[in-house]
Design a protein around this ligand. Structure first.
Ligand SMILES: Nc1ncnc2c1ncn2[C@@H]1O[C@H](COP(=O)(O)OP(=O)(O)O)[C@@H](O)[C@H]1O
Ligand SMILES: [Mg+2]
Length: 511
């Protein structure tokens, strides 16, 4: 088989850090080659090197058997390489057609735009990438925008397509649709380099998989010989439990009760349309749904931060007490902790040390005071206990700024602080493992299940179906502001024990 890309001994430093360390890799033509690795392993650096956005310090690149030295993406594009970045690079105020031809305008001899639009429509139909060429990009869903990004590459006649985490933002239905497109592209002889952290997708889609860890290429193997466990071990460098045991647990009294919640945004658009659910002590209630179906409004109503509360109806009670009109401190006083989606914005102070961050929100508790200042022994002991119990990684005796830690380590600090608050009854988790490595995910899942065993009521909002299935007692499918379908405890347990198929079943109720 012919080789599309051959990298030999690629090294790229950022200061003292080797983001790519002597990486050698061949990608065969007409295949889907997956590239996996934890955050910071060097995947994006490597793909940016292939795409001409970064120059390697040493090493060589061959495309279609010829050595190349790209100093810009333009040259890579001319050599038939295209890349869809994790964060799309479309211009929202331009139409689909304008975005696709951007940078490829034909100079003085412009092709009439109606002709172009027709050409793009056809190209889309050929590849299962149907789009309206005249639509403005700002009016498209994320899935549609991605189709435009891929069309753009095809319009430029890219033969090697690099996709960086393409399914991170897609619903299950959109993901399946993308897979069909990708498979058809390789049967036409194109080559795909797929960067992903979802091991299920690697197994379902790729023919070959390469694993990176800390800048080096740990190995390349035929996907047929790989399992999720073996890939995870190569990524992390140790055995990883991919699914924490989820034993049966009897549930107690209702802690959170949400009844027919409705609300409109400040723009008058209805966001919640009669959402009802109950969460009991000892239960994890998982909410599945594509983002934008009311998750944010639910969270802000629960936490007393919704602007325009007057526009909402229905009720939320915690242990029988209505939270309407309460501020976040008062709600926390009922025994509620919230792990927000964006920890940087609202859960940590990046330039403070781990220890200070572990004390945030508890710094007023009498226990930690002595005279006018803090009781050093008590605060030190709390930090030490939490660092140990949550396996927060830092050199003993040091207190680095939390901003310098990995995403997984930061999240463990937030969880440790919020889950160990005295008097806690209800824990609200929003995307608790987003941007977190699989090794740390394992530890976080273990802690969440432990907290449930200890009788906490937990509301879990996640866009990762795999996470919802692994942790939840029951699963509610959120669609257009209401729970459209609820999977019972028995159904979720059965779904968890099945090897596959349950994700699809959930997917049907959220799109
Ligand atoms: N422009 C840059 N400047 C400094 N360090 C960088 C830069 N880009 C990446 N790095 C570092 O290089 C390492 C590899 O990063 P990256 O290639 O983005 O990994 P991945 O895509 O696998 O998450 C990380 O430690 C990252 O912080
Ligand atoms: Mg990356």
């Amino acid at each position: 088989m012919a080789t599309a890309v051959k990298l030999s001994g690629i090294t790229r430093r950022f200061g003292p850090l080797k983001a790519n360390d002597n990486v050698s890799l061949s990608i065969e033509k007409g295949t889907i080659h997956a590239l996996v690795g934890e955050n910071g392993a060097g995947k994006s650096t490597l793909s940016n090197i292939i795409y001409g956005l970064l120059c390697p310090d040493s090493g060589t690149i061959e495309i279609d058997g010829k050595p190349v030295h790209f100093s810009s993406a333009r040259q890579a594009i001319d050599a038939g390489i295209g890349m869809v970045h994790q964060h799309f690079k479309l211009v929202p105020s331009l139409s689909v057609t304008e975005n696709i031809i951007l940078g490829r305008e034909q100079g003085r001899f412009r092709i009439p735009s109606s002709h172009l639009a027709e050409q793009i429509r056809k190209l889309g139909e050929q590849h299962g990438l149907e789009t309206d060429p005249e639509a403005l990009v700002c009016h498209l869903s994320v899935g549609q925008q991605q189709r435009v990004e891929i069309l753009k590459l095809l319009y430029r006649q890219a033969r090697l397509l690099i996709l960086d985490e393409p399914t991170a933002v897609l619903s299950p239905t959109e993901t399946e649709r993308l897979f069909i497109t990708l498979r058809s592209l390789v049967t036409e002889g194109r080559t795909i380099l797929l960067i992903t952290h979802k091991l299920d997708e690697v197994l379902a889609l790729s023919g070959t998989v390469s694993v990176m860890r800390k800048g080096t290429l740990v190995g390349t193997l035929s996907t047929a010989l790989a399992t999720k466990e073996s890939l995870a071990r190569m990524m992390v460098g140790r055995d990883v439990l991919l699914r924490t045991a989820n034993p049966i647990q009897s549930t107690g009294r209702t802690v959170l009760s949400i009844n027919r919640l409705t609300c409109s945004g400040l723009d008058g658009v209805e966001k919640l349309r009669g959402l009802s659910l109950k969460v009991s002590a000892g239960e994890i209630y998982g909410i599945a749904g594509v983002e934008g179906n009311g998750q944010n409004e639910l969270l802000s109503l629960l936490w007393g931060t919704f602007e325009g509360e007057a526009l909402s109806g229905g009720s939320i009670t915690i242990d029988g007490k209505p939270v309407k009109g309460m501020n976040p401190a008062e709600i926390a006083g009922l025994g509620v902790s919230m792990i927000p989606e964006n920890r940087h914005k609202s859960a940590i102070i990046a330039e403070y040390g781990i220890k200070e961050n572990l004390l945030l929100g508890r710094h007023r508790e009498k226990e930690f005071h002595q005279g006018p200042g803090f009781n050093r022994t008590k605060t030190e002991n709390l930090a030490k206990a939490l660092i140990e119990s949550y396996d927060i990684r830092c050199a003993p005796g040091t207190n680095p700024a939390i901003g310098s830690l990995s995403g997984g380590n930061q999240q463990k600090v937030v969880l440790a602080r919020e889950m160990e608050r005295p008097g806690l009854k209800l824990l609200v988790l929003a995307h608790p493992t987003r941007g977190v490595d699989i090794g740390a995910i394992e530890q976080i899942h273990k802690k969440v299940l432990e907290a449930r065993q200890n009788g906490l009521a937990i509301l879990l909002i996640s866009s990762e179906l795999e996470e919802l299935i692994a942790l939840s007692t029951r699963i509610g499918c959120l669609f257009k502001g209401a729970i459209r379908h609820e999977f019972t405890e028995a159904e979720v347990r059965e779904g968890r024990e099945k090897e596959s198929g349950f994700e699809k079943q959930i997917g049907m109720h959220i799109t």
